[in-house]
Ligand binder design. Sequence first.
Ligand SMILES: Nc1ncnc2c1ncn2[C@@H]1O[C@H](COP(=O)(O)OP(=O)(O)OP(=O)(O)O)[C@@H](O)[C@H]1O
Ligand SMILES: [Mg+2]
Length: 267
Amino acid sequence: MYALNSIVFSYKSSNRIIIVNFVKLQEIIQISHIKKTYVIGEETIHALKDVSVTIHKNEYVALMGPSGSGKSTLMNMLGCLDSPTSGEYILNNISVAKMSDNELAEVRNKEIGFVFQTFNLLPRASTLENVALPLVYAGFSKSEREKRAKEVLEQVGLGNRMNHKPNELSGGQRQRVAIARALVNKPAIILADEPTGNLDSKTSIEIMGLFEDIHKNGNTIILVTHEEDIALHAHRVVRLRDGLVESDLPNEKIITYKNRLETTNNQ
Ligand SMILES: Nc1ncnc2c1ncn2[C@@H]1O[C@H](COP(=O)(O)OP(=O)(O)OP(=O)(O)O)[C@@H](O)[C@H]1O
Ligand SMILES: [Mg+2]
């Protein structure tokens, strides 16, 4: 796939010269003919039947589909938390199947940030400790961990909630902590499985504003949602049905955080 990078106009006497510069979009995720089969007792479940998708650097993709269509299974695969029964996954031009356990752990920790519907925060740890945790595994010193965790907490608007425990925060704030934790290792890819599933609509819009900023900062985002109005924030919508890609289309009517605020205020 190619994108128009820049158009340079220059003038040479009366002749106009137009230089059009195309850059190749960088493929970050390439999955081909992925199958995932679960066998439970006598029953075989074909969670993913034959899924092929290519995602480029800095794309913002919504993954939709009915319950049981394979969205979380695919996200687990993309996040290297699970491996496919067959098919190939190329991440950053490297075949995931050929990675050693250490390489996989490193990819999971440094290349990919996860955000879940239920936040998955440590209940007894403070906001700062929750966000700093992935940096422990990445081998940073305590002062570096705190410095970096504070920076991302400021970025998600929680600079004034560093010492609160999760149960002392609102749902939206908890999800911001989880997003800060996903960002703390500066991963290229953010995978979010129904990040607004437990939030009211106003808080959901705020969280979508945060994803918009993260996307503008250069991250690749893949976000599972059941809600059409949440999916409209993404730039591309992939729909799964019964373990297959039903459609994969650009979003022609992208909604921004600003648009949403205006519509909400006019209601
Ligand atoms: N660990 C597992 N063992 C056995 N079957 C599983 C497992 N995980 C998922 N499945 C089955 O695979 C299918 C796809 O599940 P998946 O969780 O990917 O769906 P989903 O699209 O995320 O649904 P939802 O919208 O409800 O979250 C379902 O039929 C589910 O029951
Ligand atoms: Mg799911």
